[in-house]
Design a protein around this ligand. Structure first.
Ligand SMILES: Nc1ncnc2c1ncn2[C@@H]1O[C@H](COP(=O)(O)OP(=O)(O)OP(=O)(O)O)[C@@H](O)[C@H]1O
Ligand SMILES: [Mg+2]
Length: 803
C-alpha cells in the first residue's frame, strides 16, 4: 500500500510583520499561543516599549528576564576604572555572584586591581577573488599603498571608526583584506561593515579598472574577521578590546578570604596549565567567561560575542610571600553605545558602572576584566581548598521520590485530618486556596531550598472550606512542610565548607551533632503529643501527615494572624515590654514543669531526638573552637578579642561544666525559644510557641537564655536578669515542677548561657558569614552582656566558676 503524501496543514501567518507597536506585539503573542498551544502567561507583561526596538529586534513578542545580582564593590586602580566599582551580573548560575563577590573582597582587601585597556580593534575582512594567483598577488601589493584613501572613505561613514591597519592575506587566488579599525566606544561590528563596504566600492571603482587586476568575485566578508568565532589569529592580532587586570594577594588575605595559601594556588594553577595544553585550549583560564557573559547580558552587549570575548589568559606567579595574578582578555568585543546598550535596563546598568560617557567602552572592559580575574581567583581557590566539591554535595537518594505538589497537599491531605480533629467523620473539604502572602522569615527553609529545589518546603498559608452535617465553614491554616534532617545537615555543612580553613576541616566530623538530627520527626511528635501543658502553648493543631516514602512530613495548624502580637519581632527587641517577657516565661514554665526530671520518659517519647552528652560536647571542642576562631576573624565588630578570650576558656572547660548540666534536672526545652518562633495571644497574653524542630533535653534555663538573648538590651541590668531567672523558677514551681534551690537554679542559667554562647550563637554567626542575620546585631551584644553579668553573679554568691 503506498501512502499518498499529504500537504502540510495550512499555518496562519504571523501577524503585523515589520510593525513596532504594542498592538502588533499582542497580536503576535496571540498567534504564538494559538500555534503552539502554550499558555505563555508570563509573556503578557513587558516593560519595553515596542516602538523603541527598530534596529534591535524583529517580530517582538515579549521579554525574558534574567536576574541580576551585585558583586563588589571592588577597588580599581585602572586607567579608566578607578575607585570602588560594583558589578551587575545577569545569570542564573548559583554561586557565581557569591564567588565573584568573594574574589572582589579578596582583591580589595589586598589593595585593589590594576587594569589597562591596551588596545582596541574591530576587523572586517572582505575578499577579492581573481582569475590567477599572479593577479591576486598584484592586487595584494597595490592595495597597501592606498591606506590613506581607504581610511578617508571609511571615515565618511562614521566619525567614530578610524582605519588603523590594512592587512591583505592571500590564500591562493583569493585575497582577504583585513580592515582593522578603532571604533571608540562602540563595539563597532555594524559601523565597520558599512565603512568597509564604502572603502571596497572605492577599490572596485578605482583600483580594479583596466589595466589593473579585476576580481571575478567579491564579498564584504570572507570569514577571516572571525566575527562571532574564536580564532587564534584574533587572539594574537587583536579584535575587540585587549585588556589586562592584575593584582597581588598577600598570604593573609588568601587565608582569611579565599581560605587557601599562595603555594596551593600556585600548584593547582600549574596542574591546570598542563591539562589545558593537553586539551589544546588556546588560552588558559578558570571560568572568566561567566563574568563576561553575565556582564554582557546585563549591559546589552552582543551576547554571541561572548564566544570570542571569552578567550582569556590567566596566570599566577609567586610574589614575595604572596601571589601575583594576571588576566588578559585579548578579544573583548564590547561597546557602550549602540546595539542593546540603549535599552532601558541595560542603559541603567551601564550608568551604574559609570560607562555611559567618553571612553566608556574602555572603562567597561577594565571592569569586566577585573571582575573576571576576581572570579578566576575565587574559583581556583575553591578547588584548591576542597570547597568546590563540598558545594555540590546532595542528599543521595536510592530511588526517585515523587515530590508532593500543592494538589497533593490540598484537599486529599486536609480532609482526613480536619475530619478527625473537628470530630466530624462526614466532613468534606470543598475548596482549597493558597493565598500568595509568605508566612514569615525562615532560616531553615531558606537554607534547605538551596538543596533539592523541586521539593515543596516551608510554611505555606492555605485556606480550606469545609462542609459537615449541613454546616459550612472556612479555616485559615498553615502547612509546615519540613525538610529531612539530612538535607539541613548537608546545607549547614556547605556553609562550613565555604568558611574554609580549620572550620571546613573539622565541621564534617561533627556535622550530625550540631542539633539538627531528627528535626523532621521531633516537631511532628510535639504536635502529636497529648500532653496538656504542651498543647496549651502550641498553635491549634489540626494534625500531622507523615509519609516517609515521599519524604513528606507535614504539620497542619491554625494560621496565626492579628489575634497574636509580637510575632516575627526578632529584629525589634524594643517591642518586648517586661510584661510580655514575663508572660512568655510563665507560659513555657508550665511545659518545663511538666517534664522536669523525666529524662527517661522524654528520651522514649520521640519529642527530643538525638540529644547531646557531656562526653560528646567535650570531644567536639575542636569544632566549637574552630567556629569561634572563624567568627572572631569574620565578624570582628561583633566579637572582639576580649569576648573571644572569655569564650575560649568556656570551651576549654566544657568537660567540667557540661558534666554539671548533665547532673541537673533536665526537661523538654523548645530549643529555639525566641521571637522568631513565639508570639502572645492578643487578649490574655498567653504564649503561643511554634517551630519545635530543635526541641531537646536540656536544663529548662536553656529556653530562658534564648529568649533573653533576643529581648534584653545590650546594657541589661544585673537585677533585671536575676529577677527573670527567679520568675522562671517560681513559675516552674507554681506549675508543680520540682525545681532545685535558687542558687543551683541560677547556676543552671549560667551553664545554659555558656552552652548557648559557644554552640548556637556561633552556628548563627557562621551562617551570618554567608547570609545576613540582622538580629545578631543585638543578640550578640546581649549575650556578651549576660556572660559578664553571670561572671559577676557567680563571684557574688561564691560559686566557683569552672570557666
Ligand atoms: N501557625 C502559623 N501561623 C502563621 N505564621 C506562621 C505559623 N507558623 C510559622 N509561621 C511563620 O513562618 C515562619 C517560619 O516558620 P517556622 O519557624 O516554623 O519554620 P522554620 O523554617 O523552622 O524557621 P526558622 O528556621 O527560621 O526557625 C515563622 O517565623 C512565622 O513567621
Ligand atoms: Mg522558626
Amino acid at each position: 500500500m503506498s501512502e499518498v503524501p499529504q500537504p502540510p496543514p495550512e499555518m496562519p501567518e504571523m501577524p503585523y510583520r515589520g510593525e513596532y507597536t504594542e498592538r502588533a506585539r499582542r497580536a503576535r503573542l496571540g498567534w504564538f499561543r494559538a500555534t503552539t498551544g502554550a499558555a505563555l502567561r508570563s509573556l503578557d507583561a513587558t516593560s519595553i516599549d515596542a516602538r523603541s526596538l527598530p534596529g534591535n529586534l524583529e517580530n517582538f513578542v515579549g521579554c525574558v528576564e534574567v536576574p541580576v545580582g551585585l558583586a563588589g564593590p571592588m577597588l580599581f586602580a585602572g586607567e579608566h576604572a578607578r575607585g570602588h566599582v560594583t558589578a551587575p551580573l545577569a545569570t542564573t548560575e548559583g554561586a557565581l555572584v557569591a564567588s565573584a563577590a568573594r574574589g572582589a573582597r579578596a582583591i580589595t582587601r589586598a589593595g585593589g586591581v590594576v587594569t589597562r585597556a591596551v588596545g582596541q580593534r574591530m576587523v572586517r575582512a572582505p575578499f577579492f577573488e581573481f582569475a590567477g594567483l599572479g593577479e591576486a598577488a598584484e592586487f595584494a601589493h597595490r592595495i597597501t599603498g592606498h591606506h590613506a584613501e581607504l581610511a578617508a572613505e571609511a571615515a565618511r561613514v562614521s566619525a567614530h571608526s578610524r582605519l588603523v591597519e590594512l592587512d591583505p592575506v592571500q590564500l591562493g587566488r583569493t585575497v582577504h583584506v583585513r580592515f582593522v579599525y578603532e571604533t571608540a566606544d562602540a563595539g563597532g561590528q555594524n559601523m565597520t561593515t558599512a565603512a568597509t563596504w564604502r572603502a571596497c566600492r572605492w577599490i572596485l571603482d578605482r583600483l580594479c579598472v583596466p589595466p589593473g587586476p579585476s576580481p571575478t568575485l567579491f564579498g564584504v566578508e570572507g570569514n577571516l574577521s572571525g566575527d562571532k568565532k574564536f580564532s587564534h589569529l584574533n587572539m594574537t592580532a587583536g579584535r575587540g578590546i585587549r585588556v589586562i587586570a592584575e593584582c597581588v594577594l598577600d598570604p593573609d588575605t588568601l587565608r582569611a578570604v579565599l581560605k587557601t595559601t599562595p603555594e596551593a594556588m600556585d600548584r593547582f594553577y600549574r596542574i591546570g596549565v598542563v591539562a589545558a595544553q593537553h586539551a589544546g585550549m588556546p588560552g588558559f583560564d578558570i571560568d572568566a567567561a561567566n563574568v563576561i557573559a553575565a556582564m554582557f547580558v546585563a549591559t546589552g552587549q552582543d551576547i554571541a560575542s561572548v564566544y570570542e570575548s571569552g578567550a582569556a589568559q590567566f596566570s599566577v606567579d609567586p610574589d614575595g610571600a604572596g601571589l601575583r595574578a594576571t588576566l588578559v582578555l585579548p578579544n573583548l568585543v564590547a561597546g557602550t553605545v549602540g546595539g542593546g546598550t540603549g535599552l532601558p535596563h541595560q542603559r541603567d546598568y551601564l550608568e551604574a558602572l559609570g560607562c555611559r560617557g567618553d571612553a566608556g567602552a574602555r572603562r567597561f572592559a577594565e571592569i569586566v576584566c577585573g571582575f573576571a580575574l576576581a572570579l578566576d581567583l575565587s574559583t581556583l581557590a575553591a578547588v584548591a581548598s576542597g570547597q568546590f566539591a563540598d558545594a555540590h554535595e546532595r542528599l543521595g537518594r536510592p530511588r526517585r521520590v515523587a515530590w508532593a505538589t500543592r494538589a497533593d497537599l490540598g484537599a486529599p491531605l486536609l480532609q482526613p485530618l480536619l475530619a478527625a480533629s473537628l470530630d466530624a467523620p462526614d466532613l468534606a473539604v470543598t475548596g482549597v486556596t493558597w493565598p500568595e502572602e509568605a508566612a514569615g522569615p525562615s532560616i531553615i527553609t531558606d537554607l534547605t531550598a538551596q538543596g533539592e529545589r523541586r521539593k515543596l518546603l516551608g510554611v505555606l498559608p492555605v485556606r480550606a472550606s469545609w462542609e459537615a452535617g449541613g454546616r459550612k465553614g472556612t479555616l485559615d491554616l498553615v502547612l509546615k512542610v519540613k525538610p529531612l534532617d539530612q538535607e539541613v545537615i548537608i546545607e549547614a555543612a556547605k556553609l562550613a565548607s565555604l568558611c574554609g580553613g580549620r572550620l571546613a576541616e573539622v565541621y564534617p566530623r561533627w556535622r550530625d551533632w550540631t542539633g539538627f538530627r531528627d528535626l523532621h520527626t521531633r516537631e511532628l511528635a510535639v504536635y502529636r503529643s497529648p500532653d496538656p501543658a504542651l498543647r496549651r502553648v502550641l498553635p491549634r493543631a489540626y494534625g500531622v501527615h507523615e509519609d516517609p516514602s515521599r519524604e513528606l512530613y507535614v504539620l497542619v495548624m491554625e494560621r496565626l494572624g492579628p489575634d497574636v502580637i509580637l510575632k516575627d519581632t526578632a529584629e525589634d527587641p524594643g517591642l518586648w515590654e517586661p510584661g510580655h517577657v514575663a508572660a512568655a516565661v510563665r507560659g513555657l514554665a508550665a511545659v518545663h514543669a511538666a517534664w522536669l526530671g523525666r529524662e527517661a520518659d522524654l528520651l522514649g517519647s520521640g519529642l527530643v531526638g538525638q540529644c547531646q552528652t557531656a562526653a560528646r560536647m567535650a570531644a567536639m571542642r575542636e569544632l566549637w573552637h574552630a567556629l569561634l576562631e572563624h567568627n572572631r576573624t569574620e565578624h570582628p565588630s561583633l566579637l572582639d578579642e576580649t569576648a573571644a578570650r572569655r569564650l575560649r576558656r568556656v570551651i576549654d572547660d566544657i568537660p567540667v561544666w557540661w558534666a554539671r548540666i548533665e547532673a541537673m534536672p533536665r526537661t523538654l526545652v523548645h530549643g529555639d525559644f525566641n521571637p522568631r518562633n513565639i508570639a502572645l495571644r492578643a487578649g490574655d497574653l498567653s504564649l503561643v510557641a511554634y517551630d519545635w524542630e530543635l526541641a531537646t533535653l536540656h536544663v529548662p534555663q536553656r529556653d530562658l537564655v534564648d529568649l533573653l538573648a533576643y529581648v534584653l538590651p545590650g546594657d541589661a541590668g544585673e537585677h533585671e536578669v536575676a529577677e527573670l531567672v527567679a520568675l522562671h523558677r517560681q513559675a516552674v514551681v507554681a506549675a508543680g515542677g520540682a525545681a532545685p534551690d535558687a542558687a543551683v537554679w541560677r547556676e543552671g542559667f549560667r551553664l545554659a548561657l555558656w552552652d548557648f554562647a559557644v554552640t548556637r550563637l556561633q552556628l548563627y554567626l557562621m551562617a551570618h558569614t554567608h547570609r545576613e542575620l540582622p538580629f545578631l546585631r543585638h543578640v550578640v551584644p546581649t549575650v556578651l552582656r549576660l556572660l559578664e553579668i553571670e561572671d559577676h553573679a557567680g563571684e557574688a554568691v561564691g560559686v566557683r566558676s569552672p570557666a
